[in-house]
Design a protein around this ligand. Structure first.
Ligand code: UFG
Length: 335
């Protein structure tokens, strides 16, 4: 079975490509390298001993995608490629809507031309919006978001749902990720954003490597046990394996399913900082600063559906996540 992975050179995409190759799938990667590095493909080959076919291409390039589908028999898509910075999306809404919606729809159009009917979509817990109580369950009715980035996920979920209504023999799996962190055990793949990181773990890793002076914790006065926000952090390799399970499910099912990929546990920013210090035997300089606009105090997954539908559950501990994140950051910083 051949799988086309868009955004396959990115953080979650690259870990998923490794799991797919190790499981014996043929993999074709399409990535425009706008937020990834070309040597990730070499690293994937070093880890797996197999090299995925690679096209440096924007997913909005319809003729380009047609060429990919003509050159490979594609049986399923895992669609990661998207802009993903929440704050930037507030400043550049048109770019986010154009890029994220256009690439998903172009992909669907080309899939239809070539008779490909399996779509695994990289969605997000952000679609539960600001008003649902946690833990978040897939059947919650209010699906909305508080940023243009998040709305692109809501809208693509809607587009896929309507597409399945019109084409009942199509299968779309909407994977709602919680907060992936950590790295592949090899230390060769990880979260290495361009510029100053927006997300917590890559920021922590750069502080640990001495590349940033200290972590600012956004808010210490939330209504949570220690006053800092709680999230459901899961190991990126668990998340990657979740995509394999979703693909296996899609192989012999039709219709649309939204599925959470999380651990079901809430961990606070301070708890994560202390877990990182303990796992890696170091001190992290931090200060508590003001809240960041748009952050919710706490949310985590109800993780039962993934278990029931796919037989998937997260297996790595917070300590595993912290240790592997540092292994990767250390190598990247040349330490
Ligand atoms: N945080 C800090 N300091 C930092 C960075 C983050 O204290 O320098 C805190 C945030 O305030 C938040 C927690 O760490 O409480 C996690 O923040 P991240 O930015 O790592 O993750 P978010 O939960 O904000 O964002 C994630 C995904 C988005 C998704 C969003 C909502 O990255 O794609 O969840 O589901 F939209």
């Amino acid at each position: 079975m051949n799988v086309l992975v868009t955004g396959g050179a990115g953080y979650i995409g690259s870990h998923t490509v490794v799991e797919l190759l190790n499981a014996g799938y043929g993999v074709v990667v399409v990535d425009d390298l706008s937020n990834a590095k070309a040597d990730v493909i070499d690293r994937i080959e070093t880890i797996t001993g197999k090299r995925p076919a690679f096209y440096e291409m924007d997913c909005k390039d319809k003729d380009g995608l047609r060429k990919v589908f003509s050159e490979h028999k594609i049986d399923a898509i895992i669609h990661f490629a998207a802009f993903k910075a929440v704050g930037e999306s507030v400043r550049k809404p048109l770019e986010y809507y154009r890029n994220n919606l256009d690439s998903a729809m172009t992909m669907l159009e080309v899939m239809e031309e070539f008779g490909c009917k399996k779509f695994v979509f990289s969605s997000s817990a952000t679609v539960y919006g600001p008003n649902n109580p946690h833990p978040y369950k897939e059947d919650m009715k209010a699906i909305e978001s508080s940023s243009p980035y998040g709305w692109t996920k809501v809208m693509i979920e809607r587009i896929l749902t309507d597409y399945v209504t019109a084409h009942p023999d199509f299968c779309a799996v909407l994977l709602r990720y919680f907060n992936p962190i950590g790295s592949h055990d090899s230390g060769l793949l990880g979260d290495d954003p361009n510029g100053i990181p927006n997300n917590l773990m890559p920021y922590i890793a750069r502080v640990a490597a001495g590349q940033l002076e200290k972590l600012t914790i956004f808010g210490g006065d939330y209504p949570t046990p220690d006053g800092t926000c709680q999230r459901d952090y899961l190991h990126v390799v668990d998340l990657a394996v979740g995509h394999l399970r979703a693909l296996e499910y899609a192989k012999d099912h039709e219709g649309v399913e939204a599925v959470n990929l999380g651990t079901g546990n809430g961990v606070s920013v301070l708890e994560l900082v202390h877990a990182f210090e303990k796992a890696n035997n170091m001190k992290l300089p931090y200060v508590i600063g003001p809240r960041r606009d748009g952050d919710l105090p706490a949310f985590w997954a109800d993780a039962e559906k993934a278990k029931k539908l796919f037989g998937w559950e997260a297996t790595h501990t917070v300590e595993d996540m912290c240790r592997s994140a540092w292994e990767f950051a250390k190598k990247s910083a040349g330490k």
